[in-house]
Design a protein around this ligand. Structure first.
Ligand code: PMP
Length: 363
């Protein structure tokens, strides 16, 4: 059993210890140069290699076809929300959004600045009640259909890829990219901020089908313009060098552990263990999400009919046992356990042992 501190935070999330140690060792003098990677020119051959290796590893791990570009962008998740709208709405300024939680709502609000936003279904009472894709109202001339594959705050994950009847599909996979296999060819664009499964904050990833490049609105800033940044191989201006360097190291770590398949298997095992303890707790722990849309990476639950006193005691006792950042998002309350790739099965065993003990002391 572990006695090390465990960071269950939703993002920035836990980074593999091996990666942090390697970065620590190299911090003052990166391989082949006599100074830090944070001082490195983005025009140097050394940085060109860091940039290219990270892109190639990401492409290999996610099985990205050659007609898709990979772009590293400034601005994190919300920067990507604005960039998606400004880059894709150029044709007719209409976009469809599936709103199932806070992050898809924030993305839709951002897009409204740049064009008309249609909701493909009325907002469900419970974010986990995602309407059947056959009932979605798709606007046939929309520039794209947007959804958030994993709502980090509510703990809701799509169990299917929506069929958008030929309209390009855009997905925010910030909190579940690199945790399960999926067919990229079904998507026009996949976006992700990396500070959950893939590194440290400051970097956004865009994977885009080539034919969708070149439709940006005139007002789109150059550093958010997918075509311009892609033409410069993501070195249009000074990129977030350290986050890209660290992202590259996380990708090597994923490869060493067995790639995407290994991440998917572990993600399943970890989340099944935690949900099984929640579901067998006689309603002491209560999941707020229907079984088929429960997230594998952000497990949200309440304690004994939203007993806030008990919930804050749970958090306090968890911290005494060195488990951190388990508090649910302030908009929804309760407990949230983020099971990103760097969290091990043993970490989850340690947590569920604590949960059982807490229950028997407070039932
Ligand atoms: N999308 C999702 C799914 C997220 O979880 C988050 C942040 N937690 C964001 C977007 C926004 O990311 P950022 O804070 O980097 O803007």
């Amino acid at each position: 059993m572990t006695t090390k501190p465990i960071n269950f935070g939703a993002g920035p999330g836990k980074i593999p210890e091996d990666v942090l140690k390697e970065a620590q060792q190299e911090f003052l003098a990166y391989e082949g140069i006599e100074f830090s990677v944070t001082e490195l020119s983005h025009r140097s051959d050394t940085y060109a290699k860091i940039n290219e290796t990270a892109q190639n590893d990401l492409r290999e791990l996610l099985n990205v076809p050659s007609n898709y570009k990979i772009i590293f962008l400034h601005g994190g998740g919300q920067g990507l929300f604005a960039a998606v709208a400004m880059n894709l709405m150029g044709k007719n300024k209409i976009a469809d959004y599936a709103v199932t939680g806070i992050w898809s709502q924030v993305a839709a609000n951002e897009a409204k600045r740049y064009g008309q936003v249609n909701l493909v279904f009325p907002t469900p009472d419970n974010p986990g009640n995602i309407p059947e894709p056959s009932t979605w109202t798709i606007t046939s001339n929309a520039s794209y259909v947007y959804y958030c594959d994993n709502e980090t705050i509510q703990g809701v994950e799509y169990p299917f890829i929506p069929d958008t009847k030929g309209v390009p599909l855009v997905a925010d996979m910030s909190s579940n990219l690199m945790t399960r296999k999926f067919d990229i060819s079904k998507f026009g664009v996949v976006i992700a901020a990396v500070q959950k499964n893939l590194g440290t904050a400051g970097l956004g990833i865009v994977i885009i089908r080539e034919d969708l490049l070149g439709n940006a609105l005139d007002i789109c800033p150059s550093i958010l313009n997918f075509k311009q940044v892609s033409d410069y191989n993501s070195i249009l201006n000074t990129p977030p060098i350290f986050p890209i360097y660290l992202h590259g190291k996380v990708l090597k770590w994923v490869k060493k552990l067995g790639g995407l398949e290994a991440m998917e298997n572990e993600s399943k095992r970890k989340s099944q263990l935690l949900y099984s303890v929640i579901d067998s707790s006689n309603d002491f722990y209560q999941s707020t999400v229907p079984v088929n849309t429960r997230s594998r990476t952000n497990v949200t639950f309440r304690i004994k009919d939203k007993n806030e006193e008990l919930e804050s005691d749970f958090l306090k006792k968890a911290e005494e046992k060195k488990m951190f950042q388990l508090k649910g998002h302030s908009l929804v309350g309760g407990i949230r356990v983020s099971l990103y790739n760097a969290i091990t099965y043993e970490d989850v065993e340690y947590l569920v042992d604590f949960m059982k003990e807490f229950q028997s002391n407070n039932a």
